[in-house]
Design a binder for this molecule. Sequence first.
Ligand code: KIV
Length: 293
Amino acid sequence: MSHASESSPRLTLPDLAAFKQQGRAIVMTTAYDAPTAWIADAAGVDMILVGDSVGNVCLGFENTLPVTMAMMRHHLEAVVRARPKALLLADMPYLSYHLSPEDTVRNGGAFLQAGAQGVKLEGGAVRLPMIRALVQAEIPVLGHLGLTPQSIHAMGGYKVQGKEAKAALTLLDDAQRLQDAGCFGVLLEGIPAQLAAKVTASLEIPTIGIGAGPHCSGQVLVFHDLLGMLPGQAPKFVRKYMNGFELMTDAMSRWAKDVRAKRFPDAQESYILPEATGKFVSAWTPTQEPPEV
Ligand code: KIV
């Protein structure tokens, strides 16, 4: 089933729960504006996340910590205006769910009012009061465990998590607690494949993996990573389906060459006056009055 056709209904959370029961892999990517949402939707992805990765891939920040609610809303609203068929989630940025359950509900609710169908937030047991408050306010929550980029300083960098037995058990326990608190799914980032498989088998709700091996209920990749739109080395878990940076740079330099060689625009790409007006305009001198109209 693709969601790209005009007639197919919008994907819902119950659809997603059914996918895990049916063993159907869930496909998720990120989008940050109307064109990225149109591309993801035309490709038939199941879920779109307006990720706080917008900070890295669109806004030029080194990490996601500077991303604010205002920035997220700006990008979420652009994606909403693209009217995607995919289930639409918004990522809660740093400090939007750390202060109190009330503050968290206000921020999560603002995303729902802007058109998201649910939110994602990072962290385990420590986030339970916020997750419960969101769920009680009818705000669906996708949890996020493992390598949580907003904890970059606490983790000492982007490092694979859950490699030691104690950390693996804590992650398994956190996943269970997120499910018990009402999360509709858990995103697993940067953890060993066997641990992700164990979490997936022990939960009823679906898991979505990124750098978490092949045994999750679904997979997510960041839009710009999977289309190779960023310069430099991508992380090990990224499969680039095109080299967007090279392809787009090549197209742009061919255009620049054409402009410099005066090959762009040609007649087909220009608006042409009717013959009589054309003659008048080319014969006109600055001393002449404009014609009476
Ligand atoms: O913000 C983001 O893009 C994410 C990824 C893990 C999908 O959270």
